[in-house]
Design a protein around this ligand. Structure first.
Ligand SMILES: Cc1ncc(COP(=O)(O)O)c(C=O)c1O
Length: 381
């Protein structure tokens, strides 16, 4: 514990995030509707309504609901018939490369851009081989990728573009839903996300034919009582979680604005602290969702490592997280790949050694954010 400060540990643990809970009355009311409908899953009324409501909310032409984001992304790869190699980022959650492996596709890790922490669009071209079929980019922490450059490379080489938009619910570029870029985008509705259905997810796409194929794939490939037309899987979202999703749509903008305010407090308190890089600032035409607050600690300038800050915060009952450390390219299942070599991923390795996700959720008090910042500043050497 740092003895230089008079700051006391928080009386209760402060986690990196806390799920948004609807009121129990709202849930009870929706459960009564479901009990009356006698419909629990398989495209029931709650599912149909949520799909329509989310299509509108996310400003996308077509959307298909799923029981989680990982299965959704696996189905996205299947629907586009991806194979061979897919270029992706190592700076992401494990699910991103795993869905490629589950599709018998080799993930090819491309380095990231130091500012946005997203795949470096300028480096993608050098990773393309005759086996490449697609680019799987991630809007990490909700910061949009360089969608124009990625599409340009994809068009020149005839590649598909899939976005893992698990962090990017409600993000827009110049009024355009983030899910309209590329061929397919995946959203995760996991309980820890800004918007959630407990577990759940969706794919957004521009092409209605792709939606039809995806709807079949997520329901075992069943076309009708007599015909199964492709080897599908069970990716369906049930009625209870769809109903919760409909309730949560009423919470998302309020939660987004609370987090935007907390971002401003973090920025105010941490701006100008030597050795700390704050969340990347995006272009004025980007609408962010403020879901996460991430800093980077440069040990040489700050005088303490990211791990030191992480450990010390725990001593004060603050449970920050090292997202995304280790890189996916460091996992035992991927580190033998040529593209996992540190020499291929210098920026990703440097960033992974510095990142720290700080507590961020609407119910977090502004004073607590100020105290977390005071603690971090007190750790400097
Ligand atoms: C970047 C990213 N991709 C994929 C997923 C997987 O989504 P899900 O948990 O809904 O399966 C997550 C997190 O949950 C994620 O953070």
């Amino acid at each position: 514990m740092n003895t230089m400060t008079t700051l006391e540990p928080f009386p209760e643990r402060i986690y990196v995030t806390r799920p948004v809970f609807p009121t129990i009355d709202e849930v009870t009311e929706k459960l009564q509707d479901i009990w009356q409908s006698k419909w629990l899953t398989n495209n029931g009324p709650q599912h149909t309504m949520l799909e329509r409501e989310l299509t509108e909310f996310l400003r996308v032409p077509c959307l298909s609901l799923f029981n989680n984001g990982t299965i959704a992304l696996m189905v996205a790869c299947q629907s586009l018939r991806l194979s061979g190699e897919v270029i992706t980022t190592p700076f992401t959650f494990a699910a991103t490369p795993h869905v490629l492996s589950w599709n018998n596709i080799t993930p090819i890790f491309c380095d990231i851009d130091a500012d946005t922490m997203n795949i470096d669009a300028d480096k993608i071209e050098s990773m393309i081989t005759p086996h490449t079929t697609a680019i799987l980019a991630v809007h990490v922490f909700g910061t949009p990728c360089n969608v124009d450059k990625i599409q340009d490379v994809a068009d020149r080489y005839g590649l598909k573009v899939v976005y893992d938009a698990a962090h990017a619910f409600g993000v827009e570029i110049d009024g355009r839903g983030i899910g309209t870029f590329g061929d397919i985008s995946m959203f995760s509705f996991h309980a820890t996300k800004l918007y959630h259905t407990l577990e759940g997810g969706a794919l957004a796409m521009n092409d209605v034919n792709v939606k039809q194929r995806i709807d079949l794939l997520k329901n075992f490939g069943i076309k009708n009582e007599e015909e199964v037309v492709m080897p599908g899987i069970n990716g369906k979202l049930d009625e209870i979680r769809a109903a919760i999703g409909r309730i949560m749509l009423g919470y998302v903008e309020g939660e987004r604005l609370k987090r935007r305010r907390l971002h401003a407090v973090y920025d105010e308190e941490l701006a100008g602290v030597d050795g700390l890089t704050l969340m990347p600032k995006t272009a004025a035409d980007v609408k962010l969702n403020w879901q996460y607050y991430v800093v980077r600690v440069d040990e040489k300038i700050f005088g303490r490592s990211r791990d030191y800050v992480y450990d010390e915060l725990r001593n004060y009952n603050v449970f920050a997280r090292k997202y995304f450390h280790p890189l996916c390219s460091e996992f035992t299942c991927y580190r033998q790949l040529n593209s996992s070599a540190v020499a291929n991923l210098p920026t990703a390795n440097a960033v992974a050694g510095q990142v720290l996700s700080l507590p961020m959720y609407g119910a977090l008090a502004e004073d607590d954010v100020r105290k977390i910042c005071a603690l971090i500043k007190s750790f400097r050497r």
